[in-house]
Write a protein of this length. Structure first.
Lengths: 505, 145
């Protein structure tokens, strides 16, 4: 079995690296990178557009192109998070906690360099773990049912306690607000409408993209304008910026242990589980970075470890996320759903046959994803200077452009003008939260995870009522539950220990 | 309230706010003199006698509140323009007006940036990515006529 996996991996690599095959993932990557720079436009949009264009193609170029499209969008979302506090994708929300303060300190080059290196390295670890796990994939995926997904998402939610040190009560209130917002719309169990106030727009719930664009990009530009800051970095010339891309890349090796652990969290803990998503991976890795550090106070103020952890976890997750799609036909996200549809149109049907008879094709996708992650990082490193220059743009030019991009990004998400209104409403809320020092991240994390938590809670409780569930016989549930409890109690235990130490001295 | 009525109320309210903001920024109302103080340092790099203001590191509360109101006003202008004239035209017009009236940029510069914004919105989003940009209630009304 292992021998056939290694052979298929080699065959897949040979197919990707040969001419002219290599052109497809490179083209896909560059296209995805360009599109991902626009907020609110997901990789799924581009992938959907490519379906009619590639209908007459052979399956191999399609697989190569889509591998590039999946990998290209990931890194660029982090670039906008670092430069403008605008998370291009949900997982990038963890990167901005420390990435944006670095840009504000004039260290955008270091942050981008670090994100590029962590991203490329994370994807490499992800691929290696994936190759090692392919023989065990079936058992690993089947070990995760609704109770395990529920407790895993709750674990993701507990990172809020870690991220918001010093403002735990406010963070919990913001989290409550996020959960409330997540429950707007249809009840997943009964399909009853909740909190819709007879407004048709709210039937589908409140979208994540308008909320994130409002809370971060609009609020940030407003805050910068109101505070009288002329540029994001406070500098007007590129040569006034400190740090370098090399310094950022070197930081990944200086914190190699953290990088490796975060990558493993991304691949082995989250990546292979369908429906959990990169956001949980990024926040779990960020929470892990904070909890395992001795000098935690620097987090949230431009600590480079706060960029390494989420970036490596986010990119490491991508490889793993493909396996449930290819092995079982379970797409975990919008992007992987479109990918699956595109593959099926070309006669590549996910399932056991694909994972056994057509294993080289699976590795073609994995290697093109790997190649795509490295291309994005290399292009990102090459573009460090022009990208960093954006932080020296004057606010009076940047403000209307960011406002317009936020409006169009919010609209493009679901093609509804009301989403633009919601984005600006949350822009106001985000500005007030920032002004009065309320953490915004808990709201976003809760909004992201609220729907999944509710759905899995319903299924778990119904299974329990029917007598089909005994949590004591589910080791994965027990282990993640213990980790969640540890993650929740550790900050309090450390506080108590510090308090006792202070009293003794 | 029906969907149509909601749309009308929403657009009407933003149009009113935008109209008030436009009248005030054009100096047509007595309040305009007061609002001109909005052109305080910080919101943008305002041109006063051809020179930009100096940055104020510690703005007082009143100036800060004025800037907040200015941003609120501009957000309403953006929403009004985009819901009335559509995304491509409305947002480009917003960029033009903001750069000219708020930032004090020269007309050619403001028009150039606005043209680029239109190019991105229409060329990239509408044509290349085939995203149906919102066409605007006024445009819809004109189409129906």
């Amino acid at each position: 079995m292992i021998e056939s996996v290694v052979q298929s991996a080699w065959e897949g690599l040979r197919l990707v690296a040969s001419w002219p095959n290599i052109v497809y993932p490179v083209t896909g990557t560059l296209m995805a990178m360009a599109v991902a720079f626009l907020p609110g436009i997901s990789d799924a949009t581009l992938m959907t557009l490519m379906i009619p264009l590639t209908l007459s193609w052979d399956p191999l170029p399609v697989v190569l192109l889509y591998g590039g499209l999946v990998g290209g969008a990931t890194f660029m979302g982090s670039i906008t998070a670092i430069l403008f506090n605008v998370p291009g994708t949900g997982p990038s929300a963890a990167t901005l906690i420390d990435g944006y303060p670095m840009a504000q300190q004039g260290r955008a080059k270091t942050a981008i360099g670090c994100a590029a290196m962590a991203s490329a390295g994370g994807s490499t670890v992800g691929i290696l773990v994936l190759i090692a796990l392919v023989p065990l994939m079936r058992q690993a995926i089947l070990a995760f049912g609704p109770p395990e997904l529920l407790v895993l998402m709750v674990w993701g939610l507990t990172t809020i306690a870690v991220v918001s040190r010093g403002a735990v009560i406010r963070a919990l209130i913001a989290m409550g607000l996020g959960l409330l917002l997540a429950f707007v719309g249809h009840d997943p169990r009964t399909a009853e409408l909740r909190f819709t106030f007879n407004t048709m727009y709210l039937w589908d719930g409140i979208g994540l993209v308008p909320v994130v664009l409002g809370l971060f990009s609009i609020a940030e530009v407003t805050d910068l304008g109101v505070s009288g800051r002329h540029t994001i970095s406070g500098r007007t010339r590129l040569d006034e910026l400190t740090g370098s891309a090399l310094e950022g890349a070197r930081a990944v090796f200086q914190h190699f242990g953290l990088f490796l652990r975060s990558s493993l969290i991304g691949t082995a803990v989250v990546g292979i589980i369908p429906g959990v998503g990169g956001t949980v991976a990024s926040f779990l890795a960020y929470g892990h970075a904070v909890q395992t550090s001795r000098d935690r106070d620097s987090f949230g103020h431009g600590d480079i470890r706060g960029v390494i952890a989420p970036e490596s976890a986010h990119d490491a997750k991508d490889g793993g996320a493909l396996v449930p799609v290819l092995a079982f036909g379970i797409p975990g996200s919008e992007g992987t759903a479109v990918l699956m549809a595109a593959l099926m149109l070309h006669g590549i049907v996910p399932g056991r046959a694909l994972m056994t008879e057509q294993l080289p094709l699976v590795f073609v996708i994995i290697w093109s994803l790997f190649l795509s992650n490295w291309i994005t990082s290399i292009v990102g490193l090459l573009l460090v200077s022009p990208l960093s220059r954006l932080t020296t743009l004057r606010m009076h030019v940047l403000a209307p452009v960011v406002f317009a991009l936020a409006a169009v990004g919010a609209f493009a998400y679901r093609q509804r003008i009301e989403d633009a209104l919601v984005a600006f409403a949350f822009g106001g809320i985000g500005y007030l939260m920032k002004k009065h020092r309320w953490p915004r991240i808990p709201l976003v994390v809760a909004l992201l995870l609220g729907g999944g938590i509710e759905l899995n809670l319903h299924i778990t409780s119904q299974l329990h009522e029917l007598g089909r569930l005994n949590i004591w016989t589910r080791p994965v549930f027990m282990v993640i539950g213990l980790l969640t409890l540890t993650s929740l109690s550790l900050p309090f235990a450390q506080e108590i220990r510090a308090h006792h130490a202070r009293r003794r001295s | 309230m029906t969907r149509q009525r909601e749309d009308i109320v929403l657009t009407a309210s933003f149009t009113v706010v935008a109209a008030v903001a436009a009248v005030m920024s054009a100096g047509l109302s007595p309040v305009a003199r007061r609002v001109r103080e909005l052109r305080a340092p910080g919101i943008g790099n305002y041109v006063v006698k051809g020179k930009p203001h100096e940055e104020t590191p510690h703005p007082d509360d009143r100036a800060e509140r004025r800037r907040e109101l200015a941003f609120l006003g501009w957000a309403c202008v953006l929403l009004a323009l985009s819901s009335a004239l559509g995304m491509a035209i409305g947002l480009s017009l917003f960029v033009l007006l903001y750069l000219r009236l708020q930032s004090g940029e020269r007309w050619p510069v403001a028009a150039g940036v606005a043209a680029c914004a239109w190019g991105v919105l229409y060329g990239v989003l509408a044509l290349a990515l085939r995203i149906n940009l919102f066409e605007g209630y006024v445009m819809r009304w004109i189409d129906r006529r």
